[in-house]
Design a protein around this ligand. Sequence first.
Ligand code: KIV
Ligand code: ZN
Length: 512
Amino acid sequence: MKRMKTKNANSGYIRIFDTTLRDGEQTPGVSLTIEDKIEIARQLSRLGVDAIEAGFPSSSEGEKKVIKEIVKAGLEPEICGLSRANRKDIDAAIECDVDTVHVFIPTSPVQMKYAVDMTPDEVISAAMDSIEYIKKHGMTCEFSPMDATRSEVPFLKKVCKAAEDAGMDRLNVPDTVGIMIPKTMGTLVEELKNVVKVPISVHCHDDFGMAVANSLAAVEAGATQVHCTINGLGERAGNASLEETVMALHVIYKMKTKVNTRLLYSTSRMVSTLTGIPVQANKAIVGENAFAHESGIHTRGVTVKPLTFEPIDPELVGRTRKLVAGKLAGTRGIKAELEEIGIYPTEEQLKEIVKRIKDLGDKGKMVTDADLIALASAVMGEVIKEEKIVELCDLAVMTGVKVIPTASVRLILDGKEYIAAETGVGPVDAVLKAITKLTHSLEKVRLNEYRLEAITGGSNAVAEVVIKVEDEKGHIVSARAAREDIVMASVEAMINGINKCLLKNRKQVNKN
Ligand code: KIV
Ligand code: ZN
């Protein structure tokens, strides 16, 4: 029998069901490595969500592997796998040993006909058979009549009743294409509450920018669980953003969730970095401008009394109104800032983070919330010195008008020194080519993805480089670095990625 992590629906708080790793990963252009997904799952657990939808087990062997790893991590939240209403999909979820199977089937006329080509009766019997099968295996079952909000209400009610008779534990109401408004969402939830006794959850998409408002309206009408994603990621325009939903529940509705809101900003930064989807500056709660004040009357007001122009205390969501760290910040202060947002470096890592902050301060550069997190994540993600197989000795790059960008690097590989030079379309391309030319003698690791983010803007911004490197067997690892110098950040990220790849493969060989 599986452990039951589902809380009583009426225990006075709203459950947060996070689907960043499933619907969020369906964001166009996002593809996360196993490492990335586990890192995000651990952070979601620290954040305090009630459930993590870890993925869609039947979609691929790789997906199953990640979900199994997340289950093995023994995290606090309920771990859920998505499944279509068929036994093959459910078997894949069972194989992953998830706590909950989230089974879905379309119920709107357009999706029944054109997405799955099933009659309404076939939909009901597939839903019932799947739910009974899940329950027979002792798992929690959350059922979603997909496209519920475009379904004919009498049929939707019939499906929900049948699902309850078959044993579903929770009913999730998806607004699959985001066409609801708060009023209609509230009415629908009220109607469904008269049909089923199980807790009701909602899953709102943001096609008209109303996912959060619709989720809150559903809660007002009696829903006790909300599906959310960090930064509002998800199919098309995304899902209800977790940070906005949770803060509105806490601050406006005075309702409780288990989310530790102080970790919202660091979680948002982590997800943005790993997915490569930037957060717009004016996004509520986690956008760079969310706690910035510019006009004179505002700055004067918040200085005297923050409540004048701040509906939320920035510290409550892991933010500060102004600069958090600079030349004068001490080690203890930086440690406290980091711990406040759930980042715990070792003594060694802390020393390096402080050094980099002071270097920036010495150059007159201000360090913002986002810079601090990027610097800390880069330092903490580095392979430790003693384990490094590849080390940089020195490098030189040349670029300019009518000059072919050229780079030469001197590296230590397994204790021996080597030099290589390469040309490229630009200095970064040239230097990364020179590095891989040398490291190919150890293993043919290639660059799979490269992303550059200037965090605070301006030509002296801290640049964060996030890369993915792939070995010959197709294993992908990600690495990052943050520096003012884009070439240096790229080189550090690349060497870090190659070291991670080599170390992983050598450890595997030693194990066999
Ligand atoms: O948007 C949707 O309908 C979904 C289902 C799988 C629940 O994501
Ligand atoms: Zn969805």
